[in-house]
Design a protein around this ligand. Structure first.
Ligand code: FAD
Length: 260
């Protein structure tokens, strides 16, 4: 590779300055997605920012508010209450969980062979907000909005209020290196509101508003969920199979939530 500019910021401020408006910049956090892309020649960066020393790792609490830095390894989330902990524990295997970061998971593009970005679903379910730098300066916005438009934004951290109860249900595969074909996260907030989200769908993870409206009845919510998501065929499962499985996962997640 020739003419590659590699920047290694040593603070969040330096990372934001190095990122600028993000034009022509390749951000590398854990690199579990980016490095294979470079190795196989599908990505040829001219300017790369390595975030590992940028001081963006760690989990902090302020009362019931939890803030997770963008470069926190996925493994550090595995002990958090549902849906975050079980979702993190379900990502890939121990090597990938130790190397891959929360930020990389939330910023993961669409995988050609398998979906990725499982934590998007769990963090949507708890109503997370993200803090970003980049074009337009520092910004805090709902994760939902961020997922719909991630262009030109450097993710700094993600925050949420710990839910009163949470649940996670996934379509499991036997091989530990496998990606998650489909997963549903559920959370009940302190005010009794239930939020549901699904990952493994076409594009990024999404909320399931029709299912949320029927959350008191897991069977009816499962049936309603089908209208909230679109599915894709890939190496893990067909769109048809995902469509058949979503109601089951919604039912399981809501039943877990009722029992929690
Ligand atoms: C064998 C294998 C199995 C896997 N299984 C799963 C799985 O089950 N579930 C799953 O969700 N994923 C899975 N992955 C994908 C990946 O490992 C995880 O999603 C991981 O969390 C990505 O984090 P990373 O730090 O390695 O991302 P990176 O590769 O560093 O980055 C991923 C993308 O996000 C961008 N990015 C990273 N950090 C930021 C930031 N702070 N701000 C803006 N952009 C940023 C990068 O530019 C890149 O486009 C798997 C990968 C492998 C190789």
């Amino acid at each position: 590779m020739t003419g590659l500019d590699v920047l290694v910021p040593s603070s969040p401020e330096e990372a934001v300055a190095a990122y600028g408006d993000g034009d022509g910049v390749t951000v590398i956090a854990g690199g579990t997605i980016v490095l294979p892309e470079i190795t196989y020649g599908r990505l040829r960066p001219s300017k790369a920012i390595l975030l590992k020393d940028a001081g963006l790792a760690g989990i902090t609490r302020d009362g019931s508010r939890v803030t997770i830095g963008a470069t926190t390894p996925v493994v550090e989330l595995t002990e958090l209450p549902a849906p975050i902990g079980p979702c993190a524990a379900n990502v890939a295997d121990s090597e990938i969980r130790a190397q891959g970061t929360v930020g990389g998971n939330l910023c993961a593009g669409i995988g050609p062979e398998a979906p990725r970005g499982d934590l998007q679903g769990a963090l949507l379910a708890v109503g997370a907000t993200v803090r970003t730098g980049g074009s337009g300066g520092e910004k805090t916005q709902p994760l939902e909005e961020f997922l719909a438009d991630r262009e030109g934004k450097l993710l700094l951290d993600v925050s949420y209020d710990e839910p009163a109860a949470g649940a996670f249900a996934s379509l499991d595969r036997p091989h530990t290196h496998d990606y998650t074909a489909l997963a549903v996260s559920a959370a009940r907030a302190e005010d009794g509101t239930t939020r549901l989200a699904v990952s493994g769908v076409a594009g990024h993870a999404v909320r399931l508003p029709s299912a949320e409206a029927k959350a008191d009845n897991p069977q009816a919510a499962g049936e309603a969920a089908a209208g909230d998501a679109t599915f894709a065929d890939d190496a893990l499962a067909s769109a048809w199979y995902r469509g058949q499985t979503l109601p089951v996962l919604v039912r399981r997640a809501l039943t877990q939530l009722q029992e929690a």
